[in-house]
Design a protein around this ligand. Structure first.
Ligand code: NAD
Length: 277
């Protein structure tokens, strides 16, 4: 099975479906990333704060998959924002991953009240210019913080990774991204499994295709054009979440899912979140 690629505003491509490793302990990461790679995933999403870059890197390096066929994302943690500290934090991430470069580096949260994201982005621009990362992007940016970034810095982020699922459909931000050549990447695409996957309407629509609610929701993301990085530590679910390329949503499915938007966040509000933990 081949996962379609999306193409960034700088020409670099990324698999539209990847595998996320938030909340996977480092000791587990090597095992689950190995399973994901064996299943066929080529894009892996980690972050310094997940504390599993080492295990993830071990799995990537041991896999035998050529480096250029892998797509590795990591993120700068909040406490490291600022120009010099960003450059140091990037080196540390690369060292933990045991890689020569990463494909995509993201500012994890904008933390507008700390006022450091523009300087941080200028360090990202340097890392990109130096060829140490193939693409730079952001995560949890709002229309407000993105507007400021676009107005005051040079490189347009290739994507913004945001909380997005049928209960939080992010219409306004998605439209803003499209207008500016920024792709949308969905985190917690399955709503962290919390209640969303028990939704009776999603179960009804999924049954109509002989698919599970998780597969239906992932298909919905892909058809919207979102990059998606579901997480599971269970081999059967890792495979299930990859098996989403043999059906298509009907207009009725799309209308029914559109009606489920409740503006429910499972994660923090990016306008105010300043977690440094
Ligand atoms: P998710 O929406 O991918 O849900 C994962 C959970 O859903 C699993 O732990 C499991 O309980 C359940 N699940 C997964 N597959 C299932 C299936 N087929 N059937 C039933 N239940 C299933 O949640 P997530 O881990 O929060 O998000 C995915 C990835 O997004 C993370 O691993 C991480 O890489 C990234 N992320 C980024 C940020 C950010 O701030 N940038 C925040 C959260 C997550």
């Amino acid at each position: 099975m081949t996962v379609p690629n999306v193409t960034f505003n700088n020409g670099v491509t990324m698999p539209q479906l990847g595998y996320g490793v938030w909340q996977v302990p480092d000791a587990e990461a090597e095992r689950v990333v190995k399973i994901a790679l064996e299943t066929g995933y080529r894009s892996i999403d980690t972050a310094a704060i997940y504390e599993n870059e080492e295990g993830t890197g071990r799995a990537l390096r041991a896999s035998g998959v050529p480096r250029e066929e892998l797509f590795v994302t990591t993120k700068l943690w909040n406490s490291e924002q600022g120009y010099d500290s960003t450059l140091r934090a990037f080196d540390a991430s690369l060292e933990r991953l045991g890689l020569e470069y990463v494909d995509l580096y993201l500012i994890h949260w904008p933390m507008p009240s700390r006022g450091l994201y523009l300087d941080t982005w200028r360090a990202f621009e340097k890392l990109h210019a130096d060829g140490r990362v193939r693409a730079i992007g952001v995560s949890n940016f709002t229309v407000e913080t993105l507007t400021r970034l676009l107005d005051e810095t040079e490189v347009v982020p290739v994507l913004n990774q945001i909380e997005l699922h049928p209960y939080l459909q992010q219409e306004e931000l998605r439209a803003f991204h499209a207008e500016h050549g920024i792709l949308t990447e969905a985190w917690s695409p399955l709503g962290q499994g919390k209640g969303l996957l028990d939704d009776a309407e999603l179960a009804r629509l999924a049954a109509g295709h002989g698919k599970t609610p998780a597969q239906l929701v992932l298909r919905w993301h892909l058809e919207l054009g979102n990059v998606v990085i579901p997480k599971s530590a269970t081999p059967s679910r890792i495979a299930e979440n990859f098996d989403v390329f043999d059906f298509e949503l009907t207009d009725e499915d799309k209308a029914a899912i559109a009606a489920l938007d409740k503006g429910t966040r499972f994660g923090p509000d990016p306008a105010t979140f300043t977690g440094l933990g």
